[in-house]
Write a protein that binds this ligand. Structure first.
Ligand code: KIV
Ligand code: ZN
Length: 500
């Protein structure tokens, strides 16, 4: 049977120690409820000695009747343990510094005094009938002989679990595996690991701790936590399941939802390239990859995105291929011809070359505008030149040149802005040459930013009162407007020819 690893979640305690993060009791309860649904084994609800608000939050979480063991943190001090007990939690996680540097400068205690404080605290918690987890803080910088001594003392005092914190994140996987093996060689109580990410090693070190014999891992959602954070819950859990073939109680399909809730309530963004929950974790852009995943997802995906509550995303960009873009358009029910697809792909690549990320909305606008375009050979009128002048103290002016039946016509107009001037200039020409009028104009900026792709939707009316709609998309609003206009006029002329 696969080994079962306990997940000790400390998002609401160490995670809340993320600089700038402060959650209200209500927000903490909301996260706790979802973490419980997710299936964490232990939920460290907070540090009651920190504030009255923290005590309120911990007490409220303890009263929720969660499946998870609700735990509170306390230093190895009777008065702090009392505050935790008052919150009516299931367990107390008590800690004391054991490294030389912290005992001397942070605590001002001798090693003997530290052992005595640890033992008295554990006994005090156990006397109150609670589960006790003990942490020799800064264990990874603690002299090994002393670490073993305090762990043995903790076991004798009936601690239920001993946690090995890599408080300043200085371990490497090899060192962590060896250290946990060393501790496991002297105590029989379940061992836990708590790794910080100062060198980006928190997840790797936590997994190495499991290899060394740990049966519990401390984690936080999105890897939040003091300084560079803690081991990320989603990464540890998925690695245990997929790479180690181990089990946890986590319903992995809720991982993304939990990550999003924590992101929202803490206000700490998730980096796009973050494993499992980052926006790009299941996004494919390069042509080779998109073609591969469309044919068989296993080609470039280590896991099915649905396993963690995600969806595969094919991103259109300069590295996008025909296959990926075609598949994405098909998802929206669009089936461009091969020629139209070529035009869509080259427009997307052109935008990508300008450094723009093409969103779904952009891609759809581009595709709809290309697919709705009158074919080159059918065009009655063609735009051959466009120039606009605008600025402070300058009346916006546009001049356009069009080709109709092999002849070129030029007109210039002023307007309230460059779009108005350009549309009026086209209208001036077409009024004389063909009887088509602009009836409606709508501009939509699809994505934020000054380089957003703008989609212009227009309606034109031909001489018999028929209304024809047309659209065009471009990062240049004037171009999109003029293209939509010319396209609409062409459509109207073609229709009246077909009717004649
Ligand atoms: O990082 C740490 O050492 C801690 C302790 C309280 C266990 O968070
Ligand atoms: Zn910590």
């Amino acid at each position: 049977m696969a080994k079962r690893i306990n997940i000790f979640d400390t998002t609401l305690r160490d995670g809340e120690q993320t600089p700038g993060v402060s959650l209200t009791p209500e927000e903490k309860v909301e996260i706790a409820l979802l973490l419980d649904e997710l299936g964490v084994d232990v939920l460290e609800a907070g540090f009651p000695a920190a504030s009255a608000g923290e005590r309120k939050a911990v007490s409220r979480i303890a009263k929720e009747g969660l499946k998870a063991e609700v735990c509170a943190l306390a230093r190895a001090l009777k008065q702090e343990i009392d505050l935790a007990l008052k919150c009516e939690v299931d367990s107390v996680h008590t800690f004391i510094s054991t490294s030389e540097v912290q005992m001397k400068y942070a605590l001002g205690k001798t090693p003997e005094e530290v052992v005595q404080m640890a033992v008295e605290s554990i006994e005090y918690i156990k006397d109150h009938g609670l589960i006790c987890e003990f942490s020799p803080m800064d264990a990874t910088r603690t002299e090994l002989g002393f670490l073993k001594k305090i762990c043995k003392a903790a076991e004798e005092a009936h601690a239920d679990r001993i946690n090995i914190p890599d408080t300043v994140g200085i371990m490497t996987p090899n060192k962590m595996r060896n250290l946990v093996q060393e501790v496991c060689s002297v105590v029989k109580v379940p061992i836990s690991v708590h790794c910080h990410d100062d060198f980006g090693m928190a997840v790797a070190n936590s997994l190495a701790g499991v290899e060394g014999g740990a049966s519990q891992v401390h984690v936080t959602v999105n890897g939040l936590g003091e300084r560079a954070g803690n081991a990320a819950l989603e990464e540890v859990v998925m690695s245990l399941h997929v790479l180690y073939g181990m089990e946890t109680g986590i319903n992995t399909r809720l991982l993304y939802r939990v990550s999003q809730l924590v992101r929202q309530l803490t206000g700490v963004p998730v980096q796009p390239n973050k494993a499992i929950v980052g926006e790009n974790a299941f996004a494919h852009e390069s042509g080779i990859h998109t073609k591969g995943v469309v044919i068989s997802p296993a080609t470039f995906e280590p896991i099915d995105p649905e396993l963690v509550g995600r969806k595969r995303k094919i991103i259109a960009g300069k590295k996008a291929g025909r296959h990926g873009i075609k598949a994405e358009l098909e998802e929206f029910g669009l089936k461009p011809t091969s020629e139209q697809l070529n035009l869509i792909v080259s427009k997307v690549k052109e935008l990508g070359d300008k450094g723009k990320m093409v969103t779904d909305a952009d891609l759809l606008a581009i595709a709809r505008s290309i697919m709705g375009k009158v074919a080159e050979e059918e065009k009655v009128i063609d735009l051959t030149d466009l120039a606009v002048v605008t600025g402070i103290k300058v009346i916006p002016t546009a001049s356009v040149k069009i080709k109709l039946n092999g002849k070129e016509y030029v007109a210039a107009e002023t307007g309230v802005g460059p779009v108005d001037a350009a549309v009026k200039a086209i209208q001036k020409l077409t009024d004389k040459l063909v009887n088509v009028r602009l009836k409606e104009y709508r501009l939509e900026a699809l994505t934020g930013g000054s380089d957003a792709v703008a989609e212009v939707v227009i309606k034109v009316e031909d001489k018999d009162g028929h209304i024809i709609s047309s659209r065009a998309a471009s990062e240049d609003i004037v171009m999109a407007s003029v293209e939509a206009m010319i396209n609409g006029i062409n459509k109207a002329l073609l229709r009246s020819r077909q009717r004649a």
